[in-house]
Design a protein around this ligand. Structure first.
Ligand SMILES: Nc1ncnc2c1ncn2[C@@H]1O[C@H](COP(=O)(O)OP(=O)(O)OP(=O)(O)O)[C@@H](O)[C@H]1O
Length: 223
């Protein structure tokens, strides 16, 4: 058996909000092509950890290595470029821009990366079609269902072919049918594209489907 390629490694992560200790020495590593779920009670520190792993926030102490680079040593400009190129995000509330269509929303990170417009639009169209949104390209978020909006956010997360996708309660706002469809998409993307996912979820079914389930309690990883 070949050793899995470690994509992301976090070591001894600590984070306080003021006097509140939230992360108390977290170690974890994520291999390429893995779907890892992070579960735990409300307030355990899951979102805080996800934000640090995704470079949206910095730890007070500890290191996050991505393909060997120490992200905690990068300046903000380099981090923003790094994030745009290598990381995709999916949040509970899709965070789509209301005045833009599905196609335009999905294109945005590609435009920010400075890629050619034609190439980005073609890829966004392909992704939206793959996510069964070919008939919704010109619809604005308010003209789409919750499931359609969230699938648009998936296309946006995938547009720059990120190495890793961080999802924070991605199905928290969906009914069970749309939630199941979204979960199936994650595993299809993993199986077909070897896409790596780290998913914070309260959905027991999704957490159980993951290759590994990490459990957080009071700022510690307990399993
Ligand atoms: N920006 C912030 N400023 C101050 N405290 C914060 C901030 N963000 C989070 N916290 C606190 O840190 C703790 C951990 O929050 P976090 O959102 O990481 O938990 P969680 O495990 O994701 O919870 P949930 O399942 O409810 O989303 C909580 O007590 C929260 O109130």
């Amino acid at each position: 058996m070949t050793t899995p390629e470690i994509l992301l490694q976090a070591t001894n992560i600590f984070k306080n909000y003021g006097t509140l200790p939230v992360l108390k020495g977290i170690d974890l590593s994520i291999a390429k092509g893995e779907v890892v779920s992070i579960v735990g009670a409300s307030g355990a520190g899951k979102s805080t950890l996800l934000h640090i792993l995704g470079t949206l926030d910095a730890p007070d102490q500890g290191e996050v290595h991505f393909s060997g680079q120490d992200l905690t040593k990068m300046n903000n400009g380099d981090l923003a470029r790094f994030r745009n190129k290598y990381i995709g995000f999916i949040f509970q509330f899709h965070n789509l821009l209301p005045e833009f269509t599905a196609l335009e929303n999905a294109c945005l990170p590609g435009f920010l990366a400075g890629r050619p417009e034609k190439e980005v639009k073609a890829r966004a169209t392909e992704l939206l079609e793959m996510l069964h949104l070919g008939h919704r390209l010109e619809h604005k978020p308010s003209e789409m269902s919750g499931g359609e909006q969230q699938r648009t956010a998936v296309a946006r997360a995938l547009i720059n072919s990120p190495e890793i996708i961080f999802a924070d309660e991605p199905s928290g706002n969906l009914d069970s049918k749309n939630a199941n469809e979204l979960h199936e998409i994650f595993f299809r993307l993993r199986n077909e594209l070897n896409q790596t996912f780290v998913v914070v979820t309260h959905n027991a079914e999704l957490a159980g489907m993951a290759d590994r389930k990490l459990v957080m309690k009071d700022g510690h990883m307990v399993a």
